[in-house]
Ligand binder design. Sequence first.
Ligand SMILES: Nc1ncnc2c1ncn2[C@@H]1O[C@H](COP(=O)(O)OP(=O)(O)O)[C@@H](O)[C@H]1O
Ligand SMILES: [Mg+2]
Length: 240
Amino acid sequence: MIEILGVHKSFGSLEVLRGVSLEVAAGEVVVVLGPSGSGKSTLLRTINHLEKVDRGFITIDGRLIGYRKRGGKLHELKEREILKQRKDIGFVFQNFNLFPHLTALENVAEAADLASARQFLDRVGLGDRAGSYPRQLSGGQQQRVAIARALATQPKVVLFDEPTSALDPELVGEVLDVLRDLARSGTTMVVVTHEIGFAREVADRIVFMDQGVIVEQGTPAEVLDNPAHDRTRAFLSKVL
Ligand SMILES: Nc1ncnc2c1ncn2[C@@H]1O[C@H](COP(=O)(O)OP(=O)(O)O)[C@@H](O)[C@H]1O
Ligand SMILES: [Mg+2]
């Protein structure tokens, strides 16, 4: 469903992604681990063309993201076409990114009609908070609204960038419950998180990144219990 091939990305002289390749199958749940600054957010952002890649390419369900191939050359898509592609790619940010002046229902309805917005709010357990504004909701509830909004375009894949990192500890569980539910229902997901327990339980595959490359990947048992690389061991010893 997702194919990332040989992606490079620099900011000025800083090369943040140094040749990343990753395939994610339909229905697969991939958790990305790695230290701060290793390029995890940048990788997610290239998937929906929030960042342009310098080299390599990305396809979702066989379609090239951000570009069209014509006469053997790549041409960047127009903004309107990029926005259309993004409907296939749900994105959940660390800081929710809800509109403060819109209710929960209106935030979700930004991405869908009212009837389906209600359905998606129900799906994250917030059907009874449709009329609440973000400031009237806890962080965990706000993030669940953000997840409902990400689902509302019926995307082919959903990307999560540290969805629980901004939450008080007692609110992490309710958001992970929603993610677990999505994973069980066959959603194709890439989740950047430091929640190792969640990764162990829910991930089909764990990818460990450091300094702009994928250092290793495998099942949770392989990567968490028997890492092949020193860098992975060093990272795990800090977060486990
Ligand atoms: N827009 C940007 N401009 C300049 N540097 C950036 C930008 N975005 C990210 N970086 C840098 O790229 C590196 C990787 O960042 P990021 O992908 O956010 O890592 P992670 O999510 O793994 O913590 C960091 O050194 C960060 O400061
Ligand atoms: Mg990040």
